[in-house]
Design a protein around this ligand. Structure first.
Ligand code: SF4
Ligand code: SF4
Length: 284
């Protein structure tokens, strides 16, 4: 007798467990998907501003960086990721000055601790959020930060564009404003470089030279677009995603209106908030 009752007891437990499992499956079926669609959404995805991908020198509108070759970043770096080649030159006033020759940076050993950026007295460094840095050999992770083709490396004395040191513990809003300002400056500098290269392209007669200049122009345009993307036409894939999210949102809002249990309501509200954020991120 007891074995029959145990049989029915375990059968009941099994059915309850099955129903619970199906409840979870059912709720997941209608939950909006938040999976990233990289690389398909590469053109529309917005990478977080503060994401640290690789170290860069900041250039001003005249194509000059603010590095004064003081060596602080090299000294504070815990990994020996930075090494500087420094030369001595004579200033227009006849004084001997240190000047940056090559800024070597090994992305492969960088821990993205930001110490170099924080400690630079002239705010010459920043981290870009250009995360696509994968290469096939470690050697290619070794970068020279001051050899970009679209920069006028020796356009002038770095001191001329140097600014006072930023307070390391700047408030979040100050940091955001600085980031916006730096981005605007970068866009300006790139636009100037673009205009110069377009003029050079118009004047060039040699085909090989033209191809080279055109490649630089394309890269510069891509860099400008990445920094200041034009208002975008929503592409069909994004439009579909938005539509699906809006449908899911409507379903969840209906479920919220019908719900009576407070915990359930909070759960649905959290999903609604996430869905709205996802829709906003897609630009709708
Ligand atoms: S980047 Fe900044 S800390 Fe590094 S050498 Fe130049 S001025 Fe000094
Ligand atoms: S972020 Fe840190 S590890 Fe990377 S270069 Fe700067 S100081 Fe070195």
């Amino acid at each position: 007798m007891s074995s029959i009752s145990e049989y029915f007891k375990s059968l009941g437990t099994g059915i309850v467990s099955l129903v619970k499992g199906l409840q979870v499956t059912g709720s997941e079926l209608v939950t909006p998907k938040i999976t990233e669609f990289y690389p398909e959404d590469r053109d529309t995805y917005k990478w977080p501003e503060r994401f640290r991908a690789r170290l860069e020198l900041i250039y001003d509108a005249d194509g000059r960086h603010r590095c004064i070759a003081c060596g602080t970043c090299e000294r504070v770096c815990p990994n020996g990721t930075i090494s500087l080649d420094i030369k001595t030159v004579e200033s227009p006033e006849g004084k001997k000055k240190k000047k940056l020759a090559k800024y070597h940076y090994d992305l492969g050993t960088c821990t993205f601790c930001n110490l170099c950026v924080i400690n630079c007295p002239t705010v010459a460094l920043e981290f870009s959020n250009d995360f696509e840095q994968a290469v096939f050999t470690r050697d290619k992770l070794k970068k020279t930060l001051n050899d970009r083709e679209d920069r006028q490396e020796d356009a002038g004395w770095p001191e001329a564009s140097a600014t006072p040191a930023a307070a390391p513990q700047a408030s979040a809003s100050t940091a955001t404003a600085q980031a916006d300002d730096a981005t605007a400056k970068k866009v300006d500098a790139l636009k100037k470089a673009l205009a110069a290269k377009e003029a050079a392209l118009a004047a060039a007669t040699d085909e090989a030279e033209k191809v080279k200049i055109q490649a630089i122009i394309d890269k510069t345009k891509a860099a400008i677009a990445a920094l200041a993307p034009a208002a975008p036409a929503v592409d069909p894939a994004a439009a579909k995603k938005i539509e699906a999210l809006k449908k899911a949102l409507a379903a969840k809002e209906a479920a919220l209106a019908a719900a009576t249990d407070e915990a359930e309501k909070a759960k649905i509200q959290a999903i609604i908030d996430k869905t709205k954020a996802a829709i906003a991120a897609l630009g709708a």
